[in-house]
Design a protein around this ligand. Structure first.
Ligand SMILES: [Zn+2]
Length: 109
């Protein structure tokens, strides 16, 4: 298994290259990331939800794009500059920006 460098999805069947498409963020590697950085692709994905991309690979139960990014240590305040306040995620966790550390952390209410 491989991890998507854009969204942190950890169950890529193939390495993120040679036109592998990530089911989570929809990035087509070797194509979309040839001219656009992973950081910008990540920003675009988050700005759209983030939402699960694939209609072929089912969205995992309780999947949440923000939590996926946090678990992969890919969720930074730099990447998500427009995110200022807490974000309510679907499974009852709240994400709040931690500016000092430059990352976002999740906390149980
Ligand atoms: Zn991805």
């Amino acid at each position: 298994m491989h991890t998507c460098p854009v969204c942190g999805y950890a169950k890529l069947e193939f390495p993120p290259e040679d036109f592998t498409i990530c089911p989570s963020c929809g990035t087509e590697f070797g194509y979309q990331d040839a001219s656009t950085s992973h950081q910008v692709l990540r920003q675009k994905w988050v700005s759209k939800g983030p939402v699960w991309h694939s209609v072929v690979v089912p969205q995992p139960p309780l999947w949440n794009g923000y939590l996926q990014l946090i678990k992969a240590h890919m969720f930074s305040a730099e990447d998500i500059p427009w995110l200022k306040g807490p974000v309510k995620v679907e499974i009852g966790e709240t994400i709040r920006p931690s500016i000092e550390r430059g990352i976002l952390v999740s906390s149980h209410p």
